[in-house]
Design a protein around this ligand. Structure first.
Ligand code: UD1
Ligand code: UDP
Length: 381
């Protein structure tokens, strides 16, 4: 029996961890014991607790309660807390997800204590070093023992950085391993996609008609913290809602809500609340989000996870960023990079209306969790 520590902190990591925890419970219960550490990076009920309840994730064994603070302070507090846990109880390895500050902290703490780190979603690159996430990914990949890449592009990115299998020796002579596992979010989309609509009334509650609305999310710091970009994106959403007579639904991240309501938000939040064509709602649960994604006409987002879920549920996606790590979506013509540019957003919206789009299988076979657990068990033998 091996013992792993899953380190999570932000919304998308909690959701990803649900897939692995489910696989541990259903198929690896005799081989793997999992404990969960929550850094507390996200803490509102609708950014954290809701996912544990809804997705049946075991309650965290540890919660560091770090909360919101500057990048350096937040990461430092997490490293300290994770180090304490790793010193208080032996673990055979830690599982890290994605590219948040919680991921970075887990990688640094584990590497310094010679605890193998297993990075799920390794190899993604935006090549934009202004993103805190890009820094987190690069450091985490370089410190991790097993790199679980979700796409072939991610495998290539790792190779180009010299991070192929055998590129490093870790404690006890163990070598680095690069593994194409497929995307763990795809596991979730298949599993929860088949049950999300049962009993959900979110469409009725928000007055939405299936295939007749745009689903939008915005939370990236370079969009929320830059008043011009924020204004440009939301002006484009107003334009599409009002001029194209399309309902737009926006589950609003707390970061974005804060900026829209603040001085730099230019009353955009009040305008959103008063619009007949726009529904701004607090963050929704994962099952509700799936229902919103599956029934939308078009998705507009700067989120990594939402870009992919749009693809899994065969919805065209307008990417509110200057680039994406999920380049396949754009290469397939299922996504368009519109950045925060009013003209490009409106033009991309118009170009998608009624256009046939293809969604080939690109993200593995839907059992990334099984592959990840098998590989970890084998590696630690
Ligand atoms: C973080 C990740 C980002 C990920 C996103 C998922 C980093 C550097 N960024 O960004 O990669 O895409 O999570 O959603 O790790 N807040 C609340 N309540 C909460 C959580 C946050 O009000 O429960 C507000 C606070 O004002 C906080 C702000 O949101 O300062 C930003 O939170 P933070 O976790 O620092 O970054 P995210 O923008 O959420
Ligand atoms: N999500 C959710 N409720 C919301 C918005 C998003 O459950 O109100 C889910 C979404 O379906 C996806 C994940 O959160 O699985 C994406 O997280 P986020 O956009 O916060 O971060 P990113 O993926 O960009 O790191």
């Amino acid at each position: 029996m091996i013992k792993i520590l899953t380190i999570i902190g932000a919304r998308p990591q909690i959701i990803k961890a649900a897939a692995l925890s489910r696989a541990v419970r259903d198929r690896f219960v005799d081989a793997v014991q999992e404990k969960i550490l929550h850094t507390g990076q996200h803490y509102d009920d609708n950014m954290s607790a809701v996912f544990f309840d809804e997705l049946g994730i075991p309650r965290p064994d540890y919660n560091l309660g770090v909360g919101s603070c500057g990048q350096g302070v937040q990461t430092a507090r997490m490293i300290e807390g994770i180090e304490n846990v790793l010193q208080s109880e032996p673990f055979d390895g830690v599982v890290l997800y994605g590219d948040t500050n919680s991921t970075l902290a887990g990688a640094v703490a584990a590497a310094k204590l010679h605890v193998p780190a297993f990075h799920v979603e390794a190899g993604l690159r935006s090549f934009n070093m202004a993103m805190p996430e890009e820094i987190n990914r690069i450091v985490c990949d370089h410190l991790s023992s097993i790199l679980f890449a979700p796409t072939e592009t991610a495998v290539d990115n790792l190779r180009k950085e010299g991070l192929d299998s055998d590129s490093a020796r870790f404690d006890r002579g163990r070598r680095r391993l690069v593994c194409f596992a497929g995307d763990i979010m795809y596991d979730n989309s298949l599993y929860y996609g088949s049950i999300a609509e049962k009993g959900s009334n979110i469409l009725q509650r928000l007055g939405l008609e299936s295939s007749n609305y745009v689903l939008a999310t915005v939370h990236r710091d370079f969009n929320t913290d830059d008043p011009l970009r924020l204004e440009s994106i939301f002006t484009a959403l107003f334009h599409i809602a009002e001029e194209r007579k399309t309902k737009v639904v926006i589950p609003l991240h707390p970061r974005t809500r804060k900026m829209l309501s603040g001085d730099s938000g230019k009353n955009l939040y009040d305008r959103l609340l008063n619009s007949d064509h726009i529904s701004v709602v607090p963050p929704v649960s994962f099952l509700e989000m799936i229902v919103l994604e599956k029934n939308s006409a078009i998705v507009m987002t700067d989120s990594g996870g939402v870009q992919k879920e749009a693809f899994f549920y065969q919805k065209p996606c307008l990417i509110l960023r200057p680039e994406t790590e999920w380049v396949e979506i754009v290469e397939q013509g299922a996504g368009v990079i519109a950045d925060a540019d009013f003209e490009r957003i409106v033009a991309a919206y118009d170009s998608f209306c009624g256009k046939p789009v293809h969604f080939p299988h690109l993200y593995g076979d839907g059992d990334a969790s099984g592959k990840i657990l098998e590989t970890i068990v084998d590696y630690l033998k």
